[in-house]
Structure formats: C-alpha cells, structure tokens
Ligand binder design. Structure first.
Ligand SMILES: NC(=O)c1ccc[n+]([C@@H]2O[C@H](COP(=O)([O-])OP(=O)(O)OC[C@H]3O[C@@H](n4cnc5c(N)ncnc54)[C@H](OP(=O)(O)O)[C@@H]3O)[C@@H](O)[C@H]2O)c1
Length: 262
C-alpha cells in the first residue's frame, strides 16, 4: 500500500488561505503534494502566500481574488480554479471574521456581514464545487468551526451562530453527499495566534495569559498546528470519516484543575 496520506495529483482550494489558520491548512495540503489554490480578498497577501507555498513545498499553487460574501465572486472564483486545474479535490471553507461586542450593541449590517462571510460563504462555496466533486467521484470538504460551534461566548453572538451553523451544515451535507463520496468534516480550533486573535488580545487585556493558563498544553496554537489535520482530512486516510468534528485546541475543551494536580 502506498502513502495513505498522499495528496499527489490532488487540487485543494482554501478560502482565507493567505494567512492564519487557512495558511496552515494550505501548507498541510501542499506538504503532502497537493496543488493549492488560495482564495481571499487581499491579492498582495495571497501572492505572498502562494510564493511561500511554491518555495517551501515545490507544488503548483495560485491565487484567486474572491470575496465569499459575494455569490458572484464565489461562482467566478471556483470557475477560474476549475478552468486552470480541471478539478477540485479538497475545499477548505476557512474564510471568517468576527466582530466582538455585547449582543445589544450589534448593528444589523454587522450581523449580516458575519453570517454572510462565515456561513453563507461556506455554503455557496460547497454548492459551487459540488458538480465537479460529484463528477470526479470523490471530494473532501473541510470546514473551519470554532469552540463556539459547541459553547457560548458573550461577546460573539453572531459569530457563534455562524460557527454552530457551520457545524450543522457539516452534519447535514455529510449525509446529503455521502453516496457521492463527498466527505464533509469540521475542524474546531481553540485559541490560535493569528491576526484575528491579535485584535482580541488588543481589545481584551489579560487574554494572552488567560489562554496560556487555561489551555492544558500551556500555549496558544499556531497555524502550523493545522498542517497534520489538514493532510489527514483531505487524504484517503480519513475515508470512513464524515460528518465529524475534531477539536484542535491543545486540550482547551477538557479544561479543569486536573492538569495541575495529576
Ligand atoms: N484564531 C483563532 O483563535 C480561531 C479560533 C476558532 C476559529 N477560527 C476560525 O478560523 C478561520 C481563520 O481565522 P484566522 O484566525 O486564521 O483569522 P485571519 O488570520 O484573520 O484569517 C481570516 C482569513 O479569511 C479571509 N477572509 C476574510 N473575509 C473574507 C471574505 N469576505 N472573502 C474571502 N476571504 C475572506 C482573510 O483574507 P482576506 O482578508 O485577504 O480576504 C484571511 O485569509 C476563521 O473562520 C475563524 O473564525 C479562528
């Protein structure tokens, strides 16, 4: 048997893959030989990520300007990737934003923005790749959820709704597309050091130390912590796993005092 984790000959598209967790996922796909398409809004940042992937992993890589809040942009972006590569084997729905405030303070536009990017965008990207994956006879969709897919967070109501939504979407799409051999799974990151959480650290003094103390592994996660899970969920190694979530959180969800006493 060859390498069950190999992604040679595959094409992986990562929304929000030009930095943070998405770049970690993209690196994981490239590490196992997949060509990588980075889809995000900031074309300069995307070009940098593409150049880095080519240099470090020697795979084909390209960038696509895509705004997942815009259905037309999603359609055009997926078409462009298919025109260039002829297939999409892996879709990582990772693009996401947060706006942190108390529930009573959100403007309706802020609610819409979070929902449109974090959940509607992921839905429409999945819809857009479905015909190609069905035709290929196989596909892997990897959604990025959050701890708020499972628990509440007072200053993140719309974000939490979007992340519980993406888990629900994972479950339902996994059922809907199982017989097409399209696998749908979800990664739930803990506290990861990215531009998204840099703003949280700025806004909430003490967060850095809180996370270090509260996380059993004693540290923040890094984008590179997502390379292994990306390779696993994209590869044949996970061919009997669908509709599942996996926490990548350094044990955060299993918190408690036991780590100090045992
Ligand atoms: N960091 C954490 O602790 C943490 C924890 C749990 C879950 N997450 C989730 O992980 C994912 C990645 O977050 P991150 O922490 O890596 O944050 P990040 O560094 O801010 O990355 C967000 C990515 O999404 C892209 N993006 C944002 N809006 C977009 C849009 N409308 N269309 C296309 N791309 C868009 C950004 O690229 P452009 O700006 O160039 O478009 C960027 O690549 C998000 O879904 C987030 O909710 C993060």
């Amino acid at each position: 048997m060859g390498d069950l984790f190999s992604l040679e000959g595959k094409v992986s598209l990562v929304t929000g893959g030009n930095g943070g967790i998405g770049k970690g996922l993209a690196d994981g796909f490239a590490m196992k030989g997949s060509a990588v398409v980075i889809a995000a809004r900031d074309v300069d940042k995307t070009a940098e990520a593409v150049a880095d992937i080519k240099k470090r992993f020697g795979v084909k890589a390209s960038g696509i300007a895509m705004d997942v809040a815009d259905p037309a942009s999603i359609k055009a972006g997926i078409k462009k990737a298919l025109d260039e590569y002829g297939r999409i084997d892996v879709l990582a729905n990772n693009a996401g934003i947060n706006i942190r405030k108390m529930p009573q303070d959100y403007a309706v536009e802020e609610w819409d923005k979070i929902i449109d990017i974090n959940i509607r965008g992921a839905f429409l990207c999945s819809q857009a790749v479905y015909p190609a994956m069905k035709k290929q006879g196989k596909g892997k969709i990897i959604n990025t959820g959050s701890m708020t897919s499972l628990i509440g967070l007072g200053k993140a109501v719309p974000y939490g709704v979007s992340k519980m939504g993406i888990l629900s979407m994972t479950y339902s799409m996994a059922l809907a597309w199982a017989r097409d051999h399209i696998y749908v799974n979800c990664i739930l990151p803990g506290w990861i050091d990215t531009p998204l959480t840099k703003t949280a650290r700025r806004d909430f003094p003490g967060l850095t130390e809180f996370v270090e103390q509260r996380t059993p592994m004693g540290r923040w996660g890094e984008p590179a912590d997502f390379m292994g899970i990306a390779a696993f969920l994209a590869s044949d190694a996970s061919d009997f796993i669908t509709g599942e979530y996996i926490r990548v959180d350094g044990g955060f969800a299993q918190h408690g005092n036991t780590v100090s006493f045992t």
